[in-house]
Design a protein around this ligand. Structure first.
Ligand SMILES: Nc1nc2c(ncn2[C@@H]2O[C@H](COP(=O)(O)OP(=O)(O)OP(=O)(O)O)[C@@H](O)[C@H]2O)c(=O)[nH]1
Ligand SMILES: [Mg+2]
Length: 467
């Protein structure tokens, strides 16, 4: 078989199926981990699954499974006794890459060239460069696993943080990801046992405990510095938002890959990024519904949610979640063609309730219905009678959604009649056209009479203008 271009580096997935976890739930979680790993730029080529009642405390996997993993990755397949611990190259490389210095090289890869970096083994099998574990790892578990398999180990949180790191585009998103990374790496430094950590870690200067202390302080200082910068960026944003405040706003929220950005594109004619991968969107975009309405309706696209979204990321993506907070309507987008969309909806609700955005009215959109049969759609309409079924790829569906939005917001508008003498009639009419929908406009000798629909705030403002 001939190959075009460079292959993605290979990765191995590790899953631990604890007692009481159903096969289906476990499989879907592993499949999602596989998609996350592909999004990060790796190709999953193998899997090691451990079934057990409880996690083994030291290295997550039992002896047999550890050997199985070692055989796949070319590692020892066991955790060396602590006394013989050697410098852990894999983790050093990883941590160095995520250093405190601002590294914009999004394309940097986990592996670096050294004697372990050949792409294949002597027998031609591909050599994995990453082991991704679908379970939260303690810092020492991660290190032990790394020692046993000889390649970088990331847990689900680590994979997600790395994806966010690669994809963040705006200044604020980049800073927020950096905080999440620093917070993810710092606890690992804290548990460092000195010996195997001397040259590793963030900054990587000096030797021994002193360097470690220094590193931790530098990390803390850097986090404080970033937080200050974010606060100042957010002040600017708040100002911008304040100017938009009078507009009617809807936010697209939902699980990653549900089709939020596709709907955003279709509704607003904007060129936001759409991609069949998890976490394509990490920055909020706000655009007016097109063709523009009077008053304008603003639509915001937001970052997608995922189960076990690292807490630091939830907290740090304040700005994007603020959009959800400030919207007067949330459109819950679900990929109805995904068999697990019900639990995805539950995750979305959970995260939104965590940030206190669930007081906002919501409307469920069952997207990707083009992939469903007529019977499936019928069943869904019985299960979710209030939901709108649609496809972001169907112009008719999108136009129906637009009409639905206009009708929804229309209910919150006030209809008022205004009269103004010639002295201010021109200004009043201009303002009424700019802010509201003018239903009727009559000019006579005395001045103007207008019938207008506008938001409560704008209605009050127009009234006071008319005097
Ligand atoms: N068949 C079908 N595919 C869709 C539909 N809507 C979106 N897609 C596809 O689903 C994938 C994800 O779409 P996006 O719009 O990027 O999803 P998103 O919710 O913004 O995802 P993130 O930004 O990663 O959270 C893309 O490949 C889209 O082309 C739809 O209605 N039908
Ligand atoms: Mg998106």
């Amino acid at each position: 078989m001939t190959e075009r271009g460079a292959k993605k580096p290979a990765a191995v997935l590790v899953g631990v199926q604890l007692e009481g976890v159903h096969d289906e739930e476990f499989r879907s979680s592993m499949a999602e981990l596989g998609r996350l790993v592909s999004t990060l730029g790796y190709e999953p080529i193998g899997e090691v699954v451990q079934r057990r009642e409880q996690l083994a405390s030291s290295a997550v996997l039992g002896e047999g499974k550890l050997e199985e993993l070692g055989a796949l990755t070319g590692g020892k397949g066991r955790v060396p006794a602590p006394a013989k611990a050697k410098p852990n190259k894999a983790r050093d490389r990883f941590e160095k890459r995520g250093g405190v210095d601002e590294d914009d090289s999004d394309e940097s890869d986990v592996e670096e060239s050294d004697e372990d970096s050949a792409d294949t083994f002597a027998d031609g099998r591909r050599r994995p460069k990453l082991v991704a574990v679908d379970h939260e790892l303690s810092p020492s578990q991660a290190r032990n696993l790394e020692k046993a398999c000889g390649v970088t180990v990331l847990d689900r949180t680590g994979v997600i943080v790395e994806i966010f790191h690669r994809h963040a585009r705006s200044r604020e998103a980049k800073l927020q990801v950096e905080i999440a990374r620093l917070k993810y790496v710092v606890p690992r430094l804290r548990e460092g046992s000195g010996g195997d950590r001397q040259r590793g870690g963030i900054g990587g200067k000096g030797a021994g405990e002193t360097a470690l202390e220094l590193d931790r302080r530098r990390v803390r200082d850097r986090i404080a510095e970033i937080e200050r910068e974010i606060a100042s960026l957010q002040r600017d944003q708040d100002n911008r938002r304040a100017r938009r405040k009078d507009a009617m706003r809807v936010a697209l929220v939902g699980y990653t890959n549900a089709g939020k950005s596709s709907l955003m594109r279709a509704l607003t004619g904007s060129e936001v990024y759409v991609e069949d991968k998890l976490f394509a969107t990490l920055d909020t975009t706000v655009r007016a519904l097109q063709p523009e309405t009077r008053p304008r309706i603003l639509v915001s696209d937001t970052v997608g949610f995922i189960k076990k979204l690292p807490h630091d990321l939830v907290a740090s993506f304040r700005s994007t979640l603020d959009e959800a907070h400030e919207a007067s309507l949330l459109l819950f987008v679900a990929d109805a063609s995904d068999p697990t969309f019900r639990s995805q909806l539950a995750v979305t609700r959970e995260v939104l309730s965590e940030i206190g955005a669930l007081d906002t009215p919501t409307q469920l959109l069952l997207n990707k219905c083009d992939r469903l049969s007529a019977e499936q759609r019928e069943e869904l309409s019985l299960e979710f009678p209030e939901a709108l079924q649609l496809s972001a790829h169907s112009p008719e569906d999108v136009s129906r959604l637009r009409d639905w939005l206009i009708a929804h917001f229309d209910r919150s508008l006030e209809e008022l009649e205004l009269r103004a003498p010639h002295r201010i009639a021109g200004a009043l009419a201009a303002e009424a056209h700019a802010r509201g929908r003018v239903l009727d406009e009559q000019w006579d000798d005395e001045g103007v009479t207008l019938r207008v629909r506008a938001t409560i705030e704008d209605a009050a403002r127009l009234r006071s203008m008319a005097g």
